[in-house]
Design a binder for this molecule. Sequence first.
Ligand SMILES: CC(=O)N[C@H]1[C@@H](OP(=O)(O)OP(=O)(O)OC[C@H]2O[C@@H](n3ccc(=O)[nH]c3=O)[C@H](O)[C@@H]2O)O[C@H](CO)[C@@H](O)[C@@H]1O
Ligand SMILES: C=C(OP(=O)(O)O)C(=O)O
Length: 428
Amino acid sequence: MQKILIEGGHKLNGQVRISGAKNSAVALLPASILANSPVTIEGLPNISDVQLLSDLLEEIGGDVSWDGQTIMINPEKMVDMPLPNGKVKKLRASYYFMGAMLGKFNKAVIGLPGGCFLGPRPIDQHIKGFEALGAEVTNEQGAIYLRAKELRGARIYLDVVSVGATINIMLAAVRAKGKTVIENAAKEPEIIDVATLLTNMGAKIKGVGTDVIRIEGVPELHGCRHTIIPDRIEAGTYAIAAAAQGKEVIIDNVITNHLEALLAKLREMGVRVEESDEQLLIAPRNTLKSVDIKTLVYPGFPTDLQQPFTALLTKAENTGVVTDTIYSARLKHIDELRRMNAAIKVEGGSAIVSGPTKLQGAKVKASDLRAGAALIVAGLMADGITEITGVDHIDRGYQRITEKLGDLGANIWREEMDEVEITQFQNL
Ligand SMILES: CC(=O)N[C@H]1[C@@H](OP(=O)(O)OP(=O)(O)OC[C@H]2O[C@@H](n3ccc(=O)[nH]c3=O)[C@H](O)[C@@H]2O)O[C@H](CO)[C@@H](O)[C@@H]1O
Ligand SMILES: C=C(OP(=O)(O)O)C(=O)O
């Protein structure tokens, strides 16, 4: 087990290249199950979530090979094997095996997903969609059983705008008989990326990127080649780190439109932000002004950037209010930031950050992926050494984060934890 150490105070300068999008990758890999010939996906991030899904594809009989960041998946020998537990529990996106296996085999047995604990994360809208398509869905001892004689297109209104439910229903509906309409669908760029892959496989999908998606089911889907979009959350994290502790940082391989809500807030704070074709330049001024943020579904401010942004606000003058309307309990980073001297109060579900405060290095624990990103941003700004445990969470979503920040000039490294530290960590 490793920990990350950061000696704060070093300015970030230079260029960082963004990897493929985690939240696309984790849906694109299961989507390959639906094809009847090899699917090649280029530009995948080297993160543990992707490795786990690649292993799961092999568990059900997929022939998987890697060449750098490119995966080739031959789904021809895949079978409808139950995946009740094991790796499925280690990440959220294993739920996409439900939609993909239901679409391919008319049945699936998948354990309840894991992923970051952000408060309750129900999957009732996924199940509502599968049932509307004709599946019988039961929960037996922590695993979801899905069975259908045949899938039939349906009109499905999502009661909550959900990324996962939108993609999962799309995965099942592309092979259903007839027409499916998903109303109140989510519009995140990763949904468009998955729909692009499915369309290249022969699916008929219209309206992605709007809140009504129309799908005409087809009897078969074939293999294809696809290049993943860049990770807007990784890019946003580096933009926040650059605003917090940068001189001039260029973020390369980014679709800047995907980050408009964040960039608007950085500009309001007084950060110089320049956008060009596939790059962003971030250069903070000496003082930053506080702003309020409220997370919303895309294109609003992303919940996945709320935690690192909260760390940035500790450096800004006056008071900023952070409200997460997607996950109101996504606040576990706050206590850890307080250990580092941050002045943050939680009132009525919002975090009220007063600044500027000089953060102090401390021993802190990443309770989830973006809490980890928040602590790294804080560690870059802090006086002295910050020691972050819970690194497994960070490695779920950030490829080579210590190397990338090191190349920008941060003093950041990993160390193996000794047995005493591991025991202390596990008892926290
Ligand atoms: C693997 C992946 O892509 N993860 C992302 C995905 O998670 P995920 O797909 O799990 O998130 P959703 O968009 O589904 O969740 C949005 C909101 O809807 C609620 N909800 C969701 C489904 C459901 O059946 N019932 C229900 O009530 C959730 O509790 C949450 O409050 O979108 C989140 C919101 O942008 C991001 O934080 C995650 O990084
Ligand atoms: C919450 C996240 O991931 P997951 O849904 O995979 O847990 C995230 O990427 O911030």
